[in-house]
Design a protein around this ligand. Structure first.
Ligand code: COI
Length: 355
């Protein structure tokens, strides 16, 4: 088992008093997990230390060439006061897939799970007690060599930080407004679209800013070659209910393999719904809308959970989905997913890991 050195803070912070106003990703707990990697030594020096600034050379490679990967998952408090995680093994498996793409050394998944559980246990009191709020977990790896040449690094830090958070979108479960991006692209075949790496998010900011200027919350990305096929939103995967069938873009390499996406598809299949993972064009969505067959649109993500989409803007065409209200499939998925996560309904899928 991983040997973790523990150094407790001498100055614990005050916990948020109003858990209905946490926002997303602003507040951090008292401790963090850190482990280093050096070529020849492997991952070593696992420790939980007071949350605080880390020291990096201004030449650290992650700052120049973005050799970085991250994950996002949550810890939830159940009605009996216990704390649980949702499919954390899936996050560390995906982290190793991202690591491979970004030439970052792999992690031992069992060690990561043990480190995460130890840290969350220590910070248990920070897991919100309020409905809808949870402890957002952000594991990440950065390349730290002080070197400004381009090559894979020899030194890395793996860090886990924790943030008590509410809904990712300020609209909560109210439908979001999404703008179909026509100018910029997020990912191309052979690129890094499937990896959870900083560049995929940095590249999305320009489109997001322009969407915000038009009062839209997020951007729906189309494929990077023909700008025809739907990919994802950037902070979540996207699903459509067309004539009763749940349709979502297949994982072609430029779309993030979301864990909420995978779980939502499993729930729909188990309920006997018609589901298809396939290429889908924006023209097909617009045609379905014109024919009155576009029943629902929603996003899936750890931070976003299930986010209904109320407006989809594609050029001059504005599609108002399900009268700008949450639809029955989105509601069912939200209730099932959050029911399992908060321990309100039985976990018949074996997804929950108790702390
Ligand atoms: C998550 O859903 O956990 C993510 O990593 C998305 C991020 C943009 C907040």
């Amino acid at each position: 088992m991983l040997d973790i050195r523990i150094e407790r803070t001498a100055t614990p912070k005050a916990k948020p008093t109003d858990e209905t106003k946490l926002g997303f990703g602003h507040i951090f707990t008292d401790h963090m997990f850190i482990m280093n990697y050096d070529t020849g030594l492997g991952w070593h020096d696992a420790r939980i230390v007071p949350y605080g600034e880390i020291s990096l050379s201004p030449a650290a490679m992650c700052l120049h060439y973005g050799q970085e990967i991250f994950e996002g998952l949550k810890a939830y408090r159940t009605a009996d006061g216990s704390v649980q995680l949702f499919r954390p093994d899936e996050n560390f498996k995906r982290m190793n897939v991202s690591a491979d793409r970004m030439v970052i050394p792999e992690l031992n998944i069992e060690d990561c799970l043990y480190a995460l559980k130890t840290l969350v246990k220590m910070e248990e009191e920070w897991v919100p007690h309020t409905e809808g709020a949870s402890l957002y977990i952000r594991p990440f790896i950065i390349a730290t060599d002080p070197y400004v040449g381009v090559r894979p690094a020899d030194h890395y830090m793996f860090i886990i930080i924790l943030s008590p958070s509410g809904a990712y979108y300020s609209t909560g479960l109210n439908p979001v407004k999404i703008y179909v991006e026509k100018q910029y692209v997020r990912a191309v075949r052979g690129g890094t679209g499937f990896a959870k790496t900083a560049a995929n998010y940095a590249i999305s900011l320009k489109g997001q800013q322009e969407a915000h200027d038009q009062d839209y919350e997020q951007v729906l990305w189309l494929d990077g070659v023909e700008q025809k096929y739907i990919e994802e939103v950037g902070s979540m995967n996207i699903m459509f209910v067309i004539d009763g069938e749940v349709v979502t873009p297949e994982l072609t390499g430029s779309v993030l393999p979301g864990i909420t996406r995978k779980s939502a598809l499993e729930i729909c299949r188990k309920k006997g719904m018609k589901v298809s993972e396939r290429r889908i064009t924006i023209d097909e969505v617009a045609k379905a809308y014109d024919e009155g067959k576009l029943n629902e649109v929603f996003g899936t993500g750890t931070a976003a959970v299930i986010s209904p989409v109320g407006h989809l803007k594609w050029g001059d065409k504005i599609m108002t989905i399900n009268d700008n209200k949450i639809g029955p499939v989105s509601q069912m998925l939200y209730d099932t997913m959050t029911g399992i996560q908060w321990g309100k309904i039985a976990d018949e899928y074996n997804w929950i890991v108790k702390i």
